[in-house]
Design a protein around this ligand. Structure first.
Ligand SMILES: [Ca+2]
Ligand SMILES: [Ca+2]
Length: 727
């Protein structure tokens, strides 16, 4: 993840007075008098000597000196040209009599606006399934008529629950809802699905009728005090809460028409009768309590889908409530970790099997007696307990419908975590992908034939894991094409139009992570077969899935990361798609929660040599104008920026750069196509210069990847921005 470099700078005056940069533009050049970095120009590169005061002009300005420089004889190399400071301090060699290197960061601080370190308790908002950049992507692609987003949007628009004239069915006088056909169940289910779809419509259309419809729904249910139902309490509450809260997170973060008092009432409703980290509320009972206290322990006695749906609801509830303990409670459990010490423990265990109950060729069930000798035991909702090493789902021996639901829910947890900077999507050697591949192969091959799989795949022998689950009540023996113990009906292959889970998994593993096609083969086939048979992903069964992944999750090719325009006061990235014509700052390449190397950038030196702005391998220094700039560029390096072109046409592309020496070159591409070739950037004497690298470049409309590639000589220039203009 981007960890913003702490900007606290201790300016230590060592022998050579390495603290530079008291003046903007850097007179800093600590190094003392006898030859710190070069006076002007790229001190480090040119090496030596120079006037006592560095940085008048290029040296400090470009910030390059320090990175590669060798100090003179006089003093610490650290200062390395004032403005440049950071690089110099970090890597410059000390002068003969100076050890100033380490302190050389001084120069930078004086001129570049500080970036706060990331507040570990702050959340990205909107930050459930969809961030602001994701919303931009949906809206822009639909507006530009790009497929499949346009077709997927039409599918959403055609859903009656997405209509601006949808009649809200809840009532603010109601205090009770009971799932599975109980009190107000049908009204709640309709409104909950509608809330999420209306929120998506609001994202795409910006028509306030949709946002207002969401508010009406939230207000209709804000007085609940009792959630019960036909399933277990965690299943009832988790399934009922997660989509509603996803919608609430979108609306609260993007629409000003939800009154603060109503937001507060809705929040209080979610955790009624009140939040505690030390004790369960005394007034909690089967008839008094809503969502949080139904899900807070997961569902330790049941199949993984029921355990996970509780954590799925909780993780987005944590985001919506700005509650880090709640968010962590869900995520840590899902990862198989222990509870936070400032929170209630998770259910203990183990839960050994007792007397055998049912038995058939697919599974055996047992009575169990829960024990409490092992704290934080971790049941079927722990990722590794739900998706096994071979990709087999814990409940694939039960039926396929629940396995689809469970995997979809796991992906939902992973996506919310990703949006908040966590990479659980990829843990256990891409365990989730293995899960999707196993399930897809088993189900897709049942209804479609492929050259390499002409008959339905029947996993056998070592392809199947025989294992008792974490509850002790269920032992898997074979993959079950039926539905539980109804060994006549078939649940296998019944996914098109009903289980819209494939777009989300593909968006992550194929586009974000760039996994080889062989690894996403069956997930891709699942998506393609579902598309061929029932069109773009719809809402799907009941409340089980968010659906409409062709609109919401799919990403244009090469748009692995999420575009940002900077960092907020809490240190979090500010997400948003760059709109062209416009200026894209070179340092604002796309954000990626785990290493973006090979995905959002390619950088040839470990670490950020300039130690500024971001904590990736990309090298960033502070420019003389107080702006962060791309530095230490090397041929072969590249960066990606997700941009939107509202109107197809011919555009001019300029870059703003500073080059102390000649020999550098740059190349620009859009959507995977090179549009400029290598363009030489002449020496500018270290001064910032804007130059045109291409004219009349034909750009398609829509969201696409702008890629900047470095060519020519290494470290020849620093880059401020890419400027796309008319003509
Ligand atoms: Ca680097
Ligand atoms: Ca570099």
């Amino acid at each position: 993840m981007d960890r913003v470099v702490p900007r606290l700078v201790v300016c230590v005056a060592l022998l050579g007075a390495a603290c530079g940069g008291s003046n903007a533009g850097g007179s800093g050049a600590g190094g003392g008098n006898a030859g710190a970095m070069a006076a002007a120009g790229r001190g480090g590169t040119t090496g030596s000597g120079g006037a006592p005061v560095g940085g008048v002009g290029g040296g400090g300005a470009t910030g390059a000196g320090g990175a590669t420089g060798v100090a003179g004889t006089g003093g610490g190399a650290g200062g390395a040209g004032g403005g440049a400071g950071a690089g110099g301090g970090a890597t410059g060699m000390a002068g003969l009599s100076g050890a100033g290197g380490a302190a050389g960061v001084g120069g930078t601080t004086a001129s570049c606006a500080p970036i706060a370190p990331r507040d570990p308790n702050a959340f990205v908002h909107p930050g459930g399934l969809h961030k602001r950049s994701d919303m931009d992507r949906m809206r822009y692609l639909v507006a530009a008529g790009v497929e499949p987003w346009a077709a997927a949007y039409q599918k959403l628009r055609a859903d009656s629950l997405a209509s601006p004239t949808y009649a809200v069915r809840g009532d603010p006088t109601w205090t009770q809802v009971s799932r599975d056909g109980g009190v107000h169940a049908s009204e709640f289910e309709s409104d909950t699905n509608a809330a999420y779809l209306q929120a998506l419509m609001w994202i795409v259309t910006q028509d306030t009728r949709h946002a207002q419809k969401c508010v009406e729904i939230f207000n209709a249910w804000k007085n609940l005090t009792e959630v019960t139902g036909g399933g277990t309490a965690p299943l009832n509450a988790g399934l009922y809460a997660y989509k509603l809260v996803e919608a609430a997170e979108i609306i609260k973060s993007t629409y000003s028409g939800w009154a603060a008092a109503d937001v507060q009432a809705f929040k209080a409703m979610l955790v009624y009768p009140g939040l505690s980290r030390t004790a369960v509320p005394a007034s909690l009972s089967d008839t008094n309590g809503t969502f949080y206290w139904r899900i807070y322990n997961g569902d330790p006695g049941r199949h993984g889908n029921q355990d996970m749906i509780a954590w799925r609801a909780m993780i987005v509830m944590g985001v919506f409530l700005d509650d880090r303990i709640m968010f962590d409670r869900a995520l840590r459990y899902f990862k198989g970790q222990t509870h936070r010490t400032d929170d209630l423990p998770y259910p203990s265990g183990p839960s050994p099997s007792g007397t055998q109950l049912d038995d058939n060729q697919y599974f055996t069930t047992y009575q169990v007696t829960r024990q409490s000798t092992l704290p934080d035991y971790g049941y079927n909702g722990v990722l590794g307990n739900y998706v096994w090493e071979n990709g087999q789902c814990q409940e694939a021996s039960r039926d396929q419908q629940h396995a689809f639901f469970g995997l979809g829910i796991a992906a939902g947890i992973a996506d919310v975590a990703w949006n908040q900077g966590d990479g659980v999507w990829n843990t256990l050697d891409n365990r989730l992908l293995k899960g999707f591949e196993f399930m897809a192969r088993y189900n897709v091959s049942y209804i479609a034939s492929f050259p390499d799989q002409t008959a339905a795949w029947e996993p056998a022998g070592s392809e199947v894991i025989v294992r008792t689950d974490r509850t002790g009540r269920w032992r898997s023996k074979a993959i079950n094409p039926h539905f539980e113990s109804d060994l006549v009906g078939i649940s296998r292959g019944d996914f098109p139009g009903k289980r819209p889970v494939f777009e989300q998994a593909l968006a992550h593993f194929k586009t974000r992570m760039g996994r080889p096609a062989a690894e996403t083969l069956w997930t891709q086939r699942g998506r393609d077969v579902a598309l061929a048979m029932s069109g773009e992903e719809p809402r799907g069964f009941s409340l089980d899935h968010p659906g409409f992944g062709g609109l919401t999750f799919q990403r244009p090719p090469l748009c692995a990361g999420d575009p940002i325009t900077g960092f907020a006061a809490n240190g979090l990235p500010v997400f948003g798609v760059h709109v062209l014509p416009g200026i894209v700052r070179a340092v604002d390449y796309d954000h990626f929660p785990v290493s973006g190397e090979g995905r959002t950038y390619h950088d040839l030196s470990p670490g950020n040599a300039g130690a500024q702005y971001r904590a990736d391998d990309v090298d960033i220094a502070c420019g003389a104008e107080g702006q962060y700039v791309l530095s230490s560029v090397e041929p072969g390096e590249w960066l990606v920026y997700t941009v939107h072109v509202p109107t197809a046409g011919n555009y001019r592309i300029d870059v703003r750069y500073a080059a102390a020496v000649a020999g550098g070159a740059i190349r620009i591409g859009f959507g995977g196509s090179d549009v400029t070739g290598d363009v030489a950037l002449p020496a500018s004497g270290g001064a910032w210069r804007t130059t045109t690298v291409a004219t009349s470049v034909a750009l398609k409309a829509g969201v696409q990847a702008l890629r900047v590639s470095i060519a020519g000589a290494a470290s020849a220039f620093d880059l401020d921005s890419i400027v796309v203009g008319g003509g």
